[in-house]
Design a protein around this ligand. Structure first.
Ligand code: SF4
Length: 260
């Protein structure tokens, strides 16, 4: 199959690639392909630009079976990748076991940690220099809101992260796609996404935040755009200075009262 997309999808993809320097000559890119709509589209979209990109790159995909279900079958993804000329590597890691071992505490944190570790090790062992994930604009904004609500920090993931220890770069080429656009993409490539085998799917803090943002959007249609703009570093930001240490506060206290 020859991968092709509407022009607006090429524009979103190239905007991310160019703005955040996601592609370089000779890159060997490994796509994290879970089988969900986003990662299937990411594989398709990168295959669509592979032959015309002025920067030549190699593409492969990895599918991790986290052992949430005995029925997980990655073979339809192998066929899909083969139709795009993308080598596909199924991989297994006992993430369900790691979550159970941790007593079920912070399951998404444990899952992401072990998932990333397994995929990054595979990438390094097989000579890939970049790992591509299918995080989109809604994911970034939700992570930004979750950071504020649950950790009191203004932060989200970056479109590109250089991992110092392994030398790998993590890239997120779909960062300018909205989730609602991605819902329509199975019509483009014809592959029916594989339902997530995770028992927590749709019951996470992220889902709660997604619904919270949707609720805000019902009363203010600009909310998403404003949250996305607030994720950018900006000279217009007016934030309090960092919390001083106890020693700094004590020094201020002494300096103030010694003036009397
Ligand atoms: S929802 Fe399930 S698959 Fe997703 S991070 Fe949490 S435990 Fe992992």
């Amino acid at each position: 199959m020859t991968a092709k997309m509407p022009q607006k999808y090429y524009s979103r993809l190239w905007r991310a690639i160019l703005e955040f320097d996601l592609l370089a000559d000779g890159d060997r890119i490994l796509v994290g392909l879970s089988g969900g709509k986003d990662s299937v589209f990411l594989t398709y979209a990168l295959a669509a630009i592979r032959d015309s990109s002025p920067r030549r790159f190699e593409l492969a995909a990895v599918t991790l079976d986290p052992q949430f279900s005995a029925d997980f079958d990655p073979s339809p993804l192998t066929d899909f990748c083969a139709s795009l000329g993308v080598p596909h590597h199924p991989l297994t890691a006992n993430i369900a076991g790691a979550i159970a071992k941790g007593g079920g505490k912070n399951p998404c944190f444990v899952c992401s940690y072990f998932r990333r570790a397994a995929i990054n090790s595979f990438a390094v062992e097989h000579g890939f220099n970049k790992v591509a994930y299918a995080h989109h604009h809604d994911d970034a904004v939700e992570t930004f809101v979750m950071g504020m609500l649950y950790t009191g920090q203004l932060k989200t993931f970056l479109p590109k992260t250089q991992l110092d220890r392994t030398g790998l770069a993590v890239i997120r080429p779909l960062i300018f796609f909205r989730e609602k656009e991605l819902r329509a993409t199975p019509r483009l490539h014809g592959f029916t996404p594989i339902p997530s085998p995770c028992p927590l799917d749709g019951k996470t803090k992220r889902q709660e935040v997604k619904e919270l943002i949707r609720g805000w959007e019902r009363t203010n249609k600009h909310v998403f755009r404003h949250l996305a703009a607030a994720m950018r570093e900006s000279p217009a930001s007016e934030l309090w200075p960092p919390t001083p240490s106890r020693a700094e506060l004590q020094a201020k206290h002494r300096a103030f009262w010694n003036k009397r």
